[in-house]
Design a protein around this ligand. Structure first.
Ligand code: 13P
Length: 289
């Protein structure tokens, strides 16, 4: 199946009361592990790519072409969207030109007026390419690939202003953080989320910072309109820990254990396991059937 935008996925998730997982990719192993798990579990999936990861993989076109080719050669039949994560105004345009099926324009650090203007322009451009757009209000705390946020909780009225611009999904800061949550984390701000849902109606909401959010909060967030949940750090931690175990056990020194295809295999397996657990929690398994 060719790349799809997220419109249908979000509509089905909203009506079916589950969320689609958006997993960040960093390289070929990441992409393959996520696609294979989605196919095995018959789950729709979104591959998120930060601007930093795009740069690491040498550019938007390389990423888009790799993902498209992999979907074809692995015979992936479930819906897959390729989505720019926390895109800048320029980055979103480049990703669309390279064939991304969805982009996030993160204008949360601009004034609300500028965020509105720039979001409108990206929406107009994306529509011409049948791509979908995620916008952000408030900010996600912590840091991801050089994008930092202070974690401001979104103002529901500003959410409504942005939601009315023809976007397809809205990310709103509700006390969520990129990376691991500190021990004294206060949890998600469900009052604000409920308020946002009230003013934004059926607009699919996006929960960033999916790493480490406990299941009961995930379920409650889904019940309040969250249809897409982003996970990045948890796959990275799982990959690093499995790779460490392989090396600490001295396996890279046994026979041809230094072969990258062997060295990276436990990490790739750990990513699959993490994606599986998250998909179970988000309720999206079997939803591509
Ligand atoms: P985590 O790294 O905390 O899982 O957050 C991912 C994310 O929100 C990507 O935008």
């Amino acid at each position: 199946m060719p790349l799809v935008n997220v419109k249908d996925m979000m509509e089905k998730a909203r009506k079916g009361h589950y969320a689609v997982g958006a997993f960040n990719i960093n390289n070929l192993e990441w992409t393959k592990s996520i696609l294979q798990t989605a196919e095995e579990l018959k789950a729709p999936v979104i591959l998120g790519v930060s601007e930093g990861a795009n740069k690491y993989m040498t550019g938007y076109k390389v990423v888009a072409d790799m993902v498209k080719a992999m979907i074809e050669t692995l015979n992936i039949t479930v819906p897959v969207a390729l989505h720019l994560d926390h895109g800048t105004y320029e980055g979103a345009q480049k990703a669309l030109a390279a064939g991304y099926s969805s982009v996030m324009f993160d204008g949360s650090h601009y004034s609300i007026e500028e965020n509105v203007e720039k979001t409108k322009e990206i929406v107009a451009l994306a529509k011409k390419m049948h791509a979908t757009v995620e916008a952000e209000v408030g900010s996600i705390g912590g840091e991801e690939d050089g994008v930092t946020g202070r974690g401001e909780v979104a103002d529901p009225n500003q959410c409504k202003m942005i939601a009315d611009l023809g976007i397809d999904m809205l990310a709103a800061g509700i006390g969520n953080i990129h990376g691991q949550y500190p021990a004294n984390w206060q949890g998600l701000d469900f009052e604000t989320l409920a308020e946002i849902k009230k003013v934004c109606g059926d607009m699919p909401l996006v929960l960033h910072g999916g790493t480490g959010i406990p299941e009961h909060m995930i379920k409650k967030a889904i019940s309040l309109g969250v249809c897409k949940i982003n996970v990045n750090t948890e796959c990275q931690l799982a990959f690093a820990s499995a790779t460490r175990a392989y090396i600490e056990a001295g396996k890279d020194r046994e026979k041809k254990g230094f072969d990258p295809r062997k060295l990276l295999a436990p990490g790739a397996e750990a990513i699959k396991q993490t994606v599986r657990e998250k998909m179970e929690m988000f309720g999206c398994i079997g939803k591509a059937e």
